[in-house]
Each structure stands twice: as C-alpha cells, then as structure tokens.
Design a protein around this ligand. Structure first.
Ligand code: RB5
Length: 148
C-alpha cells in the first residue's frame, strides 16, 4: 500500500482533511503530521516533517499544504533528496512526476479549491516517472545537493 506523508499549517486544516480522505479513498495509507488545530503555527516545521518522512523512506510520497503552498514547499525542499512540485493545476503535477520524479507535492489552500486539488493529486499519484532521458537531469539535481 502506498504511504503518503501529509502536513499542513493552520490555514489548511480543512483542505488537509478533505485531501487526506480522498487519498485514503484511492487506497493509500496516510501518515498525518498535522497540524490539526486552527491555532497559528509555523509552516517550516510541517514542511520539514513531510520532507524527512519521504527522504527517510517512512513514506513513499508527501503532500504538504499551507496558504500558498510556497512556504511549506520551500521547507520540504530543504531536506536532502526531496524534489518538490508546488502547483495550482494538474498539467504541472503530471509532468513533474513524469519528468522531474517529484516526491513531495504542495499547493495552497488559499489558492485553489478542493476539487482542483483532487485533480492535481490524481495526476500526480496516477502517473509514473519516465526515467530515460530525464534520468541524467534528475541526477544533476542530487549533485547540486552534494556540492553544498
Ligand atoms: C500563513 O499565514 C501563510 O503565510 C502560510 O500558510 C503560507 O502561505 C506561507 O507560504
């Protein structure tokens, strides 16, 4: 069963609940890192948790949500081995899986609605990395990390 790490800040509790239920209905197991409170909190904490779960192999993929998807995506992407796709439409989500082998998806609860988020999740989860001509470029992304 595919395991999905999920995390969010206070702006995205409802969106997280809706997407968590949707992902579970697709047959995935969700590891929910919270927050589950509307009290103001800091998105870097939750982005890092999702990123680490994926990088450590605790989860296969991660989905992280904040107001814009930007901050939590920057945070997750700081974890070595994480490749983030922050998007507001399904085309980029699909191509980010097929070409960039992204392993964390983020989006903004204040930017898109639940139905658009579901379409994005479908394209991202239901497509596969193509490898081939993309492999060298994805490897180059890891080499950037190694040069830090
Ligand atoms: C919180 O107000 C907001 O800044 C956060 O959810 C996110 O949009 C940051 O990137």
């Amino acid at each position: 069963m595919m395991k999905i790490a999920m995390g969010n800040d206070h702006s995205a509790v409802e969106m997280k609940e809706a997407i968590k239920a949707y992902v579970e209905s697709k047959g995935c197991e969700v590891i929910d890192f919270g927050t589950n409170s509307s009290a103001s909190c800091d998105y870097p904490e939750y982005g890092e948790k999702v990123g680490r779960a994926v990088a450590d192999g605790e989860a296969d993929y991660g989905i992280a949500i904040c107001g814009t998807g930007i901050g939590i995506g920057i945070a997750a992407g700081k974890v070595r081995g994480v490749r983030v796709c922050t998007c507001s439409e399904p085309y980029s989500a699909r191509l980010s899986r097929m070409h960039n082998n992204t392993n964390v998806l983020t989006f903004g609860a204040r930017v898109i609605g639940v139905e658009m988020a579901k379409m994005i999740v479908d394209e991202w989860l239901d497509n596969s990395y193509e490898g081939g001509r993309h492999e060298r470029r994805v490897q180059m992304l890891g080499e950037i990390e190694n040069r830090q």
